[in-house]
Design a protein around this ligand. Structure first.
Ligand code: FES
Length: 157
């Protein structure tokens, strides 16, 4: 079965017809040409696919796209000003990741940054341990956790 879906992504309204089994992750990457959100495990274990759904962090691989009717989704492409045009200013947390050198291979980075934005908005930044706890759904195989926490703490200050 397929469904008509209307969803706003990074401020832009999209109307698409999708197979009901389509994940939000595949919708973003394959239908809406937004490959910034990464597919790591595709089963909810790594956090590489983290996006904001109506302001809350979700794993896009575990979220059915049909559940996003009339929702607002923010991906890594939508964090900088300029609506993903490439001309805008980086989000403060994107800038902080650069300043703190908070990545190696970079594959987990979009999910880390979106999750970090959620973590800061939720106010789970009282201590390094608290940041680590509330970022624990985002794995980094390169082991950059110290610097990732540095970046989140820098913006939360
Ligand atoms: Fe979604 Fe790993 S790709 S949690």
């Amino acid at each position: 079965h397929s469904s008509a879906l209307s969803v706003t992504v990074n401020g832009r309204r999209h109307q698409v017809t999708i197979d009901n089994r389509t994940s939000l992750l595949d919708l973003l990457r394959e239908r809406l040409a937004l490959p910034g959100t990464k597919k790591g495990c595709d089963q909810g274990a790594c956090g590489a696919c983290t996006v904001l759904l109506d302001g809350r962090r979700v794993n896009a691989c575990l979220t059915l796209a049909v559940r996003c009717q009339d929702a607002e989704v923010t991906t890594i492409e939508g964090l900088a000003s300029g609506g993903g045009s490439g001309d805008g200013e980086l989000h403060p947390l994107q800038q902080a990741f650069i300043e703190q050198d908070a990545f190696q291979c970079g594959y987990c980075t979009p999910g880390q940054i979106v999750s970090g934005v959620g973590c800061i908005r939720e106010g789970h930044t009282g201590s390094r341990a608290e940041i680590r706890e509330w970022m624990s759904g985002n794995l980094c195989r390169c082991g950059c956790y110290v610097k990732i926490v540095n970046a989140v703490a820098q913006v939360a200050r």
